[in-house]
Design a binder for this molecule. Structure first.
Ligand SMILES: Nc1ncnc2c1ncn2[C@@H]1O[C@H](COP(=O)(O)OP(=O)(O)OP(=O)(O)O)[C@@H](O)[C@H]1O
Ligand code: SF4
Ligand SMILES: [Mg+2]
Length: 371
């Protein structure tokens, strides 16, 4: 067990508590189910623009950070959608919008066909129970002053109907056991656990509320590679057992490949390519996806040297002042005049899956037999 000296901020814990469903309001709600063909979750042209302000006493809005700028995605029942992109492209903001920790500036989130923004108090409470989140830094999202048992059981104080008071300890220990933690450690504190074990505590806390969807915001990025695989395997097992749907966020395409049915690639607030695992890895068609894939290290020695190496020039532009037309054009080796004036739509231009590039063209970047 490690002794991590870093301390979580109050804000991180507040976010984690809110995500665990700590809303006010009471009572159960009737909840509609999805039809077989209807996605469980739909994001339609979702936008989140944070105001940029100046001045201390008299605050003046001088612009907006377009963190999420027109994201359309779907998540089916029992499906895992990987969401990948560089730091700052808006992945966590999508996650927070999904679990109602942020309100969209525009666009819609539909859950089982219903607009989350129009849900009443009772239904929103139910939504917050059914759509849970786990975070990149499990320590920052766990209250260091609470025992593991209290952390896992915390959501039941709001959703009391899930676990009657009598028997909560046993239920907590069952959950700990299910995620691979020793149930005898129920009275220990987060600092007494290793990074991987803390992530298991976060998973147990999410599971305690019997969710349908778990938004996994870079859940393994802070962990050692060997531990990453164990946590990903656990998430896959839980998905099979409980029929969960995952939005799995990562900045590395290799991490999401193992777990995702479909993958969406984000750049500067928008989705630039989307497809099945074999679409995105086998025939990436957007230059940004091709560059991201080319930076994934190959573990198979015999395949090294067979990879197409694409080095991206320049930094990611500021989301407060994104380039006109195609946002990727300042770093794109294929850019032409039209790219500065016309934003490319996210459509299939003959590659079999959508890519937001006027000149989308499938290119094999990594050998197909790479795991
Ligand atoms: N509350 C906020 N107010 C202002 N800007 C914000 C806020 N939250 C996020 N941003 C900005 O929105 C953009 C997207 O941030 P976000 O955290 O969603 O990115 P990310 O893809 O999750 O990055 P990372 O990989 O580093 O976690 C960034 O430029 C960030 O600075
Ligand atoms: S639209 Fe133009 S700038 Fe954008 S990715 Fe395609 S070629 Fe590059
Ligand atoms: Mg993030």
């Amino acid at each position: 067990m490690s002794d991590d000296s870093s301390r979580p901020s109050d804000r991180d814990q507040e976010v984690a508590r809110a995500a665990a469903g700590a809303t006010t309001g009471s009572g159960a709600s009737e909840h509609g189910g999805t039809t077989a063909s209807e996605p469980l979750l739909q994001l339609k042209n979702l936008e989140k623009h944070f105001p940029l302000t100046q001045g201390i006493v008299f605050k003046k809005t001088v612009g907006h950070v377009r963190a999420v700028d027109g994201v359309t995605l779907t998540l089916g029942r029992g499906e895992t959608l990987g969401l990948v992109g560089e730091s700052g492209c808006g992945k966590s903001t999508v996650a927070k919008l999904l679990v109602a920790l942020e309100k969209p500036s525009d666009g819609q989130i539909l859950y089982k066909g219903r607009d989350v923004a129009r849900m009443g108090r009772r239904d929103l409470k139910q939504y917050r129970r059914e759509v849970q989140i786990i975070f990149q830094d499990p320590y920052a999202s766990l209250n260091p002053r609470m025992t593991v048992g209290d952390i896992v059981a915390e959501g039941w104080s709001v959703h009391a109907d899930i676990a009657p008071k009598k028997g909560r300890l046993q239920r907590t220990q069952e959950l700990m056991d299910r995620v691979g933690l020793n149930p005898d450690f129920v009275n220990r504190y987060p600092h007494q656990f290793s990074g991987g074990q803390r992530q298991r505590i976060g998973i147990a806390r999410a599971l305690a509320l019997q969710p349908e969807v778990i938004v996994c915001d870079e859940p393994v990025s802070a962990l050692d590679v060997s531990v990453q695989a164990q946590v990903v395997n656990l998430l896959e097992d839980l998905q099979d057992d409980f029929g969960l749907s995952y939005l799995f966020i990562a900045h590395d395409l290799s991490v999401v490949r193992h777990i995702s049915d479909r993958v969406a690639v984000m750049y500067l607030g928008s989705v630039v390519e989307e497809g099945t695992d074999s679409d995105v890895y086998g025939s990436p068609s957007h230059p940004y996806t091709q560059a991201l894939l080319s930076s994934v290290p190959l573990h198979e020695p015999h395949l090294r040297g067979q990879k197409d190496r694409i080095l991206l020039q320049g930094d990611v532009p500021s989301p407060a002042n994104p380039p006109s037309g195609c946002r990727f054009r300042t770093r794109c080796w294929k850019a032409q005049d039209i790219c500065a004036t016309e934003p490319p739509a996210l459509v299939d231009r003959g590659q079999g899956h959508p890519a937001a590039c006027h000149f989308a063209e499938a290119r094999s970047v990594v050998p197909v037999d790479v795991e």
